[in-house]
Design a protein around this ligand. Structure first.
Ligand code: HEC
Length: 277
């Protein structure tokens, strides 16, 4: 019986160490460079300046093809994110054209965006998006760092690896954006671009970044890799705007449980003190 418990316990611990991506086979782990980001680990937080830079890259480069439909403009001014001022976020929202209505005449109309609006997607629907991109669909980026998380390789699929090195999602996005190259065999494919990090190696998205393609207000040099990292971090925030809150709460809960366990232990000792056992 004891043996059975022991093996069950070991299986449990091993199971807990496996990452969910590793257990759910399929699309997860990708070959990505292990970039280190400030928000990794138990206490990691986002770098506000980096989130602001990443937003700029998204806005000026990616937003032409990719939507971010689960994020509201007001999120840009909320704690835990890029923390633009409310005035800045309002100005950003107002640049977007939101289709609204119907008005009193029953007609739809365009108006400037408000804080309560969601990010306006570049295309009205998937068909239009495909038609604008030679038949390939640019996915909405709201949850992309989550849907592309996971690591390649057996050791890396352990949960502990992700705990210290990040989920792999933002690393994959960075690797992908900074990883365009010529095909090593000199091959070319019509409408596709060689990228060793993309599954199948041929991606319909042309390399979107170029050195100094954007100009950073904080003076950071806008290399391709820098922009790739910044936008990946911005997208990691977009996928989990409450990450900092979650980590703080998680830590407090653990602390509470620790204190509570000690108290329970002392209570148990006190109750059983005079009982022979
Ligand atoms: C000219 C349009 C265009 C621009 C600009 C663009 N993309 Fe894409 N992107 C696409 C298309 C099309 C696809 C689908 C590619 C495919 O399925 O082969 C795609 C796919 C992706 C993917 C998914 C890759 C995968 O693993 O499936 C990511 C991530 C991505 N883009 C991020 C970005 C980011 C970040 C930017 C801005 C720096 C950006 N894209 C700019 C058109 C674009």
């Amino acid at each position: 019986m004891k043996k059975l418990f022991k093996s069950l316990a070991i299986a449990g611990i091993l199971g807990a160490l496996m990452s969910p991506q590793a257990m759910a086979s399929g699309d997860g782990p990708k070959n990505a460079k292990n970039y280190s980001f400030s928000f990794e680990g138990i206490f990691g937080t986002f770098d506000r300046a980096q989130l602001k830079r990443g937003f700029l890259v998204y806005q000026e480069v990616c937003a032409g093809c990719h939507g971010l439909k689960l994020v509201n403009y007001r999120n840009l001014a909320e704690p835990g994110g890029p923390e633009f001022t409310k005035t800045e976020a309002k100005a950003i929202a107002a640049e977007a054209e939101v289709n609204d209505g119907p008005n009193a005449e029953g007609e739809m109309f365009d108006r400037p965006g408000k804080l309560s609006d969601k990010f306006v997607s570049p295309y009205p629907n998937d068909e239009a998006a495909k038609a604008g991109n030679n038949g390939a669909l640019p996915p909405d980026l709201s949850l992309i760092t989550k849907s592309r998380s996971g690591w390649h390789g057996s050791l890396k699929s352990l949960y502990l690896y992700s705990l210290f090195n990040g989920s792999g999602g933002p690393e994959y996005i960075t690797s992908l954006l900074a990883g365009y190259a010529d095909d090593p065999h000199g091959e070319e494919k019509e409408g596709l671009n060689y990228n060793p990090y993309f599954t199948g190696n041929w991606i319909a998205m042309p390399s979107p970044l170029s050195d100094d393609g954007v100009e950073y207000a904080d003076g950071t040099k806008a290399t391709v890799e820098q922009q790739a990292k910044d936008v990946a971090v911005f997208l990691a925030w977009a996928a989990e705007p409450k990450m900092e809150e979650r980590k703080k709460l998680g830590f407090m809960v653990l602390l509470y449980m620790l204190v509570f366990s000690v108290l329970l232990y002392l209570v148990k000792k006190a109750i059983w003190r005079n009982v022979k056992h």
